[in-house]
Design a protein around this ligand. Structure first.
Ligand SMILES: O=c1ccn([C@@H]2O[C@H](COP(=O)(O)OP(=O)(O)O[C@H]3O[C@H](CO)[C@H](O)[C@H](O)[C@H]3O)[C@@H](O)[C@H]2O)c(=O)[nH]1
Length: 322
């Protein structure tokens, strides 16, 4: 099959593109390199440097489906620059859906997020939980989910939205890196590398066992496998929404301790004020993904996830020093 992967020069999109190639598919990556890296596009994929708003230039009936990752995805930035999120995530996806309709491409897998739920009433979170996003990033992704449902109902699109919890780890040459770095595991690894003195713990007075925020960390390769299963499960005229997480929560302090064990570095920590908009606990129920996609994550051990992230962090530092 031939698939368009938007955002395929980014972390998750690149890993999914790699999995598609390994499964024998033809892959065309469309990425404007605003946050992605050209070298992250897997070998064997064709690459178009371009914007999703112009997808109609390249999308034609030779494609069997689209996997859509291209988006702005920084929660903090979305609060100060909401217009960027409505424009890129909502406007961009509207253009992409229009191009798909014109070209007769009827299958879509969309990268949605746990941020669509906001502060949950109950954990683990099921897909029928209330969606009350606490920031424009989550709101823009929720708006896209609604857009996709209506496209499926009106025009027969077969779609699956995958709501990711905290994606981590690495696969092949793709790992997590942002500029500036803002995510917990890569930041702690920078401390282990001596590039940062200490890790800030954003709040230790949450209603959790050790007072720090609890998240559900999922290996990027397990996440990628769900996308290939979603392509098989997508049915014309239907929009399926599935959470992707391991169903087990780890606190910020547990993650720091795991990084100490994996890297052998002491990792000093500094308690800092809470970060705005952080829910105390986000843990997925992935029962829908297991039942409807046949998904069965196998890399659920946090130390293993951190070890893969550590190997990637070391490889990019070695490349930087050359
Ligand atoms: O220096 C840091 C960085 C993070 N944290 C804490 O570590 C946890 C994880 O933070 P991340 O920034 O790594 O991840 P988030 O849970 O905030 O974000 C994830 O979930 C969001 C939705 O809520 C978005 O989908 C986002 O892209 C995704 O990475 C949070 O409690 C955060 O407060 C710290 O204590 N110190």
């Amino acid at each position: 099959m031939k698939y368009l992967v938007t955002g395929g020069a980014g972390y998750v999109g690149g890993v999914v593109a790699q999995h598609l190639l390994e499964a024998g598919h033809e892959v065309v990556v469309l990425d404007n390199l605003s946050t992605g890296f050209r070298e992250g596009v897997p070998t064997g994929a064709s690459f178009i440097e371009g914007d999703i708003r112009d997808a109609a230039k390249w999308l034609d009936s030779s494609f069997d489906g689209v996997l859509h990752f291209a988006a702005s995805s920084q929660v903090g930035e979305s609060v100060v620059k909401p217009e960027k999120y409505w424009d890129n995530n909502v406007g961009g996806t509207m253009a992409l859906l229009g191009a798909m309709r014109e070209a007769g491409v009827k299958k879509l897998v969309f990268s949605s997020t746990a941020a669509t739920y906001g502060e949950p009433e109950e954990v683990p979170i099921v897909e029928s939980a209330p969606t009350r996003p606490t920031n424009p990033y989550g709101a823009s992704k929720l708006a896209v989910d609604f857009m996709i449902t209506s496209e499926a109902n009106a025009h027969g699109l077969g779609a699956v939205s995958l709501r990711y919890f905290n994606v981590a780890g690495a696969y092949g040459k793709q790992g997590e890196r942002h500029d500036p770095e803002s995510h917990l595991i890569p930041l702690i690894l920078q401390v282990a590398q001596g590039r940062r003195e200490a890790i800030n713990v954003f709040g230790e007075d949450y209603p959790t066992p050790d007072g720090t925020c609890v998240r559900d960390y999922i290996h990027v390769a397990d996440l990628a496998e769900a996308h290939l299963l979603a392509l098989k499960a997508a049915e014309p005229g239907e929009h399926l929404i599935c959470n992707l997480g391991n169903g087990e929560g780890f606190s910020v302090r547990q993650v720091i301790e795991t990084v100490r064990q994996v890297t052998g570095h002491p990792i000093p920590e500094v308690v800092a004020p809470r970060r705005g908009g952080d829910p105390a606990t986000l843990v997925a129920s992935a029962a829908t993904a297991r039942e409807k996609l046949g998904w069965n994550p196998s890399r659920t051990d946090l130390a293993g996830i951190v070890a893969d992230a550590w190997e990637f962090a070391q490889s990019i530092s070695a490349a930087r020093e050359q």
